[in-house]
Design a protein around this ligand. Structure first.
Ligand SMILES: [Mg+2]
Length: 203
């Protein structure tokens, strides 16, 4: 593999560079009966993410997602795009890495269109197993995806986009996981610079 081809940064969509939760919260609020409690942030921690969603809320969420244009028009997540800006500046090759296609018909096509519109310089890879993809850097908000990836990439650098469900990585307890929350951009740039310049495999 040529040296420049090896400078790949893998980038997750929802929760990392796409602000799914902001739109979903607004849309769920529109469907709320006045007697129901206000819609709060869907997930405040890992336990809530992994808990079973109430059936009526799951049905509403799927209905919202099935509306044509939902995935294609989701807003950019500003924190994620600060990371994208720094990756581009260094010269990383951007590869969007997303799980799909999901249960919602048309979701994958729209996710692809979103990438074409918002990240035209990136290649797009659909996978069922993120752990198998090669990259020097992985930008992802979800520990159950980035931890298996690190097992396969002992020299890899994870940039974890700050979300309520990954606060345990704020302490820097895992040496290869850097949680970016918008206040620590100097360290973000240093980590990315190191990942870009480390020797290629076999050197
Ligand atoms: Mg994600």
């Amino acid at each position: 593999m040529a040296d420049e081809d090896d400078k790949v940064a893998l980038v997750d969509l929802d929760g990392s560079i796409v602000d799914y939760d902001k739109v979903m919260k607004q849309e769920l609020e529109k469907l709320r009966h006045p007697d129901e409690p206000p819609v709060v942030d869907r997930y405040m921690n890992r336990e809530q993410v992994e808990a079973k969603e109430a059936p009526h809320l799951e049905a509403r969420r799927k209905l919202i997602q099935a509306k044509p244009g939902f995935w294609r028009t989701l807003p950019k997540h500003p924190l994620g795009f600060e990371i994208i800006e720094d990756l581009r500046h260094l010269g990383f090759l951007l590869h969007v890495l997303t799980k799909g296609p999901g249960a919602t018909a048309g979701a994958w096509t729209e996710k692809y269109e979103w990438c074409r519109d918002n990240l035209p310089d990136a290649e797009v890879t659909v996978t069922q197993n993120k752990a198998l993809s090669y990259g020097r850097v992985l930008v992802d908000d979800w520990p159950p995806y980035f931890l298996p990836w690190l097992k396969h990439r002992p020299r890899g650098q994870v940039v974890c986009v700050a979300q309520p469900w990954n606060v345990e990585y704020a302490t820097g307890s895992h040496s290869q996981v850097f949680r970016y929350d918008g206040t620590n951009r100097t360290e973000l740039r240093m980590r990315l610079h190191q990942a870009f310049n480390r020797p290629a495999r076999g050197e």
